[in-house]
Design a protein around this ligand. Sequence first.
Ligand code: SF4
Length: 337
Amino acid sequence: MTDLKSLTFTQLAELVKSIGWESYRSQQIYTWIWQKGINDIDLMTNLAKSKREQLACDCFISSLHLIDTKQAKDRARKFLFRLHDQHKIETVFIPETDRKTVCVSTQVGCALGCKICHTAQIGFIRNLKFHEIADQILQVQLLTGERISNVVFMGMGEPFLNYAECLKAIENLNSDFGLNIGARRITVSTSGIVERIYDFADFPLQAKLAISLNAATDQLRNELMPINKKYPLSEIIKAVRYYIEKKKKRVTFEYVLIKGINDRAQDVRALTKLLYGIACKINLIPFNPCPHTKYQSPTLPEMEAFAEKLYPQLPAVTIRKSRGQEILAACGQLAAQ
Ligand code: SF4
């Protein structure tokens, strides 16, 4: 049996051609799956009954299965989905007045062992397929009744270690017959897999790049994010410069602030030196405390003081409110429970 949801638009068009149907049928089927969100071939009412029966003989439509959801006071909502092989992934919905964002997972668990992240404790289990990534957005859209405007690849997993499926997911999100979300509203966040940053710069769609930085010296970054030993800061910055040059786009550096660890005066100096002259935005995020970590979050005034010290040299600094702390919104916390 073929899972119609697991097919890219091109693959679906090939399938439709192989059974001798008119080519526009692939657009109709893709729209039923990705825009109307149906799981039952019999609901495709613009296909004749005989065609629906023919399709249902060999095909089905899969779906993520919701097993838990938690909503925070600020309306951020976390969803725990079960995959066909019983593994679990998390997806977060962040509603704001001007945008509705979904943060998607790209892997079950993660191999990279960052010290600031709960997913690291799960370890790596498997990569998600493109449709399992895109289906998170579709399901959140159906469950909340909200049209999703923005997507961030920032949930469980390192997207650039599941590169091909992430690109296919972006193509689906961007497709007129798929979820139809503008590429400029899609951001992929990486811990700094250098080869893929170069590849992403050459990827034709205008999706945005974010780097999960969290430290401005190799010494501290090696400690917080062991992947830095393979891809040191100088290599990441070189690749980021290539991306900016190629795409003519700013890059966002995500910096999770940890009290007393990376928010000191020397960290301000190192960060200013590292990013000076780079077309970028720095997004300061308070560390989201979770069980089994020794780290603490800074207070809002402490974060503001850090941002102010960066300001003269690095003016584009934003402070991101940590959404949904009471629902364990840091990535991997719900799945690891
Ligand atoms: S922060 Fe991202 S890359 Fe690091 S362990 Fe967590 S999921 Fe993996």
